[in-house]
Design a protein around this ligand. Structure first.
Ligand SMILES: [Fe+2]
Length: 253
């Protein structure tokens, strides 16, 4: 079973005490949350069993390369090491975990493109569902991770969890413009902690593909958390402007 293969692979990174290095353990936990989110999305969207299974597998495998990335390069920053989605895709392929699996290509593609700014055009329906589900499920868990980091770090004095971005500066015009226009934000435009948080507000407005994902995000209070936190960072009225939007999923789902 795929989960057994994945778990056995993760076990190879455990130390003599049986534990994973803490940073790897965070990725293992993240993956479990992404799988759970993918299941919620598949159920909410009414996917058939085959589609739901491909989404599940893609969610499980999407960050496979994170363990080797950390071991080899001691960082999760792709720009300083490898594109972790390509790395994950290559490891899964090389291990042969999906050999003979009729959904192999859809799952591998979802792993490969899960971190890309844009989703490739003209995907077949199975691949498209796996791609969008993993991307949404991943974002939903990144919301949880940010909230944990804010709760558990002294971010005003040590902002290493947030790329050492300045904590008191206003949102950057390029980021505000992209979110207003519902365009993806270029990561090079992120100059402040407020930008970092606003990107996720942008995901809630236009980056989550499925209505179920938008509903789950709303139910978990992720937007309210960001609005409150942004008010701690800045008095800029643009915060309320960008956070005031209707979550379209709420009416219909
Ligand atoms: Fe990832």
């Amino acid at each position: 079973m795929l989960t057994d293969l994945y778990n056995a692979y993760v076990d190879t990174f455990r130390g003599a005490d049986g534990n994973l290095p803490p940073m790897m353990e965070l990725k293992r936990i993240h993956t479990a949350h992404v799988v759970a989110n993918a299941r919620l999305i598949a159920k909410g969207e009414g996917f058939d069993a085959e589609t739901a299974r491909a989404c599940d597998a893609a969610a499980l495998l999407h960050d496979t390369g994170r363990y080797e990335q950390l071991k080899r390069y001691n960082t999760f920053r792709d720009s300083d090491s490898v594109d972790h989605a390509v790395f994950s895709h290559d490891i899964v392929k090389e291990k042969g975990w999906l050999d003979g699996d009729p959904q192999r290509e859809a799952i591998l593609t979802a792993v490969l493109v899960h971190n890309r700014r844009d989703v490739p055009d003209e995907l077949d329906p199975l691949t498209e569902a796996a791609v969008h589900t993993v991307r949404d499920a991943d974002k939903l868990d990144i919301f949880r991770v940010l909230e944990n980091q804010i709760a558990t770090t002294d971010w005003r004095h040590d902002c290493t969890a947030f790329w050492n971005l300045p904590t008191t500066a206003c949102p950057s015009p390029a980021v505000v413009a992209a979110i207003r226009e519902e365009r993806p934000v270029d990561y090079q435009d992120i100059k402040t902690l407020a930008d970092f948080v606003l990107i996720q507000v942008g995901w809630m407005r236009s980056g989550l593909h499925y209505a179920t994902s938008r509903r789950v995000s709303a139910e978990r209070g992720h937007l309210a958390f960001r609005r409150n936190f942004l008010h701690e960072l800045t008095d800029d009225p643009v915060v309320d402007e960008l956070c005031d939007f209707q979550i379209s999923a709420c009416a219909g789902v």
